[in-house]
Design a protein around this ligand. Sequence first.
Ligand code: ATP
Length: 241
Amino acid sequence: RTGSPCLEIEGLIHDVGPIAAEGGRMKRVLAGVDLTAYAGQVTVLLGVNGAGKTTTLECAQGLRRRTGGFIRLLGEDPQTAGADLRARVGVMLQDGGLPPSARPIALLKHVAGMYRNPLPVDELAERLGLDQFSGTNIRRLSGGQKQRVALAAALVGRPEVVFLDEPSAGLDPQSRQVVFDLIHELRAQGLGIILTTHLLDDAERLADWVAILDRGHIVAEGTVAELLGGATQAARRMTVR
Ligand code: ATP
């Protein structure tokens, strides 16, 4: 892969606990994750529930303290960086992170007001089909509508890198297409996009690079074609005698 890295992770270890149900022991959630993401590319962390995708994103954003390893986000350590770095990074809040009594456009305008050079809120809202809900409280929106508000909030500050946790969750096929088109467009503008999914189809449609995470380890990585080619070859080896 070429270009400039926007995120470099080496040997990331993250332990949680002590866990009472496991006899007071610590639990190793990430056991040495290596991942590099580039500007102008979509890097996908693919894995089943519980693989450690969200934890990896949270460590990369400095929301969780790592137990070990090295992380550079836009050249800085996210754990010690300040507001300057946060202003350059877009974060997609999950449902629970959106204030339920706010209205979508008002919330987006509020978020936009925190950045120096935000995207025009009305255009972004229209693009994501949110303009029709301008008078509706967030708590009354469907899961997919909330998901689009969260995506808009992550993008409105014109970030250089954005973390999207399961961006296609809860979206109907049409909204999914709208969101995917927007992701492609932002990638073409040079945004570094790191997203998680448990759907191979999302990876096939979006990824320049896929890293497969399983129980806290990256077990394979490459382009979709390389990974699927590899899977096909492995399947062939098992079936052709
Ligand atoms: P999902 O899509 O279900 O969120 P994920 O791949 O994002 O899956 P994580 O949320 O990163 O997975 O969680 C990885 C594992 O670590 C899970 O088994 C989770 O229960 C465990 N885990 C993470 N944080 C904690 C914690 N603070 N205490 C106990 N277990 C934790």
